[in-house]
Write a protein that binds this ligand. Structure first.
Ligand code: SIN
Length: 303
């Protein structure tokens, strides 16, 4: 039997598959489809202190091999999320990860402290990379200095492992990754969505009110794989690969370039039980390739 467990250094997960923030609701929505405890973790939709309406519709736009979103981090606020987390924990032991957001650094720190104090929460993911909050896609992850200051402040105030989620919309993702690592990130997750544009030719306007939106799905997989490889070559903290994963083979590709684990996102919208299928596919590929544990091939891409 293939052993799917992965070691992040600070914690062992039973599977490399983690449900990505914003594609898996607050976990409860997916309970009817499969046993969530097969996953390495479930990441909640990004959360601020107060409820947020998010961006005006339309918020989603399909492309031939991907999905553009401009949700704007809509959410119920920290108090309601705490209730959802308690309900989810009562129904499954899957590790729960909170995706922490903030309008400014003080809010990031406050939200991180709130969820760090919850026994039900395994880890935090700091969302410094959402491209849909400010026009033009600006976010803290575009600046290594800002990333370092913010990660340092958050780390000082929490007692849970901290994953920092990076943006692909930068000139030097390795520089930002190392800034986050040196400031205390326990792991890095990459990449968030690529900034894109959709045009309505009848209206002669952008499809989205915010003009640009974030592209995810199979279209971004080769781009994301390259960035994950580059960060893995330089960082010593574990990297969680994200971008267009929709099969077991895709997962092995990310592990070969150096990822310790992966997140599955856009596929969850199309196929709610995708994680179950992908888990079976990983096992089948591991048996076919005679891999006992994914650590045997992690970072073993031959060039
Ligand atoms: C959104 O809510 O706009 C997407 C979340 C993200 O990209 O982090």
């Amino acid at each position: 039997m293939a052993d799917l467990s992965v070691d992040l250094g600070f914690r062992t997960l039973k599977s490399p598959l983690i449900a990505a923030s914003g594609t898996f609701g607050y976990g409860e929505e997916f309970l009817p489809f499969f046993d969530l405890d097969i996953l390495g973790g479930v990441i909640m939709k990004g959360i601020f202190r107060e409820p947020r309406p998010g961006n005006p519709p339309p918020r989603l736009h399909e492309t031939p091999a991907g999905l553009l979103n401009s949700i704007g981090l809509a959410g119920p606020g920290s108090e309601k999320l705490q209730e959802s987390i308690r309900r989810l924990r009562a129904r499954t032991p899957v590790p729960i990860i909170v995706n922490v957001c903030g309008e400014d650094d003080d809010e990031f720190v406050a939200v991180a402290e709130t969820f760090s104090a919850m026994a039900e929460v395994a880890m935090l993911e700091l969302n410094i990379s959402c491209p849909n909050v400010r026009q033009g896609g600006a976010c803290p992850a575009q600046d290594a200095g800002h990333t370092a200051r913010l990660v340092g402040r958050v780390k000082e105030r929490i007692r849970k492992p901290l994953i920092v989620k990076l943006s692909p919309n930068v000139g030097d993702i390795v520089g930002v990754a190392l800034a986050a690592q040196d400031a205390g990130a326990d792991a890095l997750s990459l990449v968030n969505t690529f900034l894109g544009l959709a045009v309505d030719i009848d209206a002669r306007r952008p499809v989205f009110a915010n003009i640009y939106a974030g592209l995810s799905g199979p279209a971004i997989k080769p781009l994301a794989l390259r960035l994950v490889r580059e960060v893995c070559r330089k960082a010593y903290v574990p990297v969680i690969g994200i971008g267009g994963i929709s099969s077991g083979r895709d997962v092995l590709e990310y592990i070969l370039v150096g990822a310790a684990a992966v997140q599955i996102g856009t596929i969850n919208f199309r196929e709610p039980a995708a994680a179950l299928r992908i888990t079976n596919e990983i096992e089948a590929e591991m048996e076919r390739l005679k891999i006992g544990n994914l650590s045997e091939i992690r970072g073993q891409l031959q060039t």
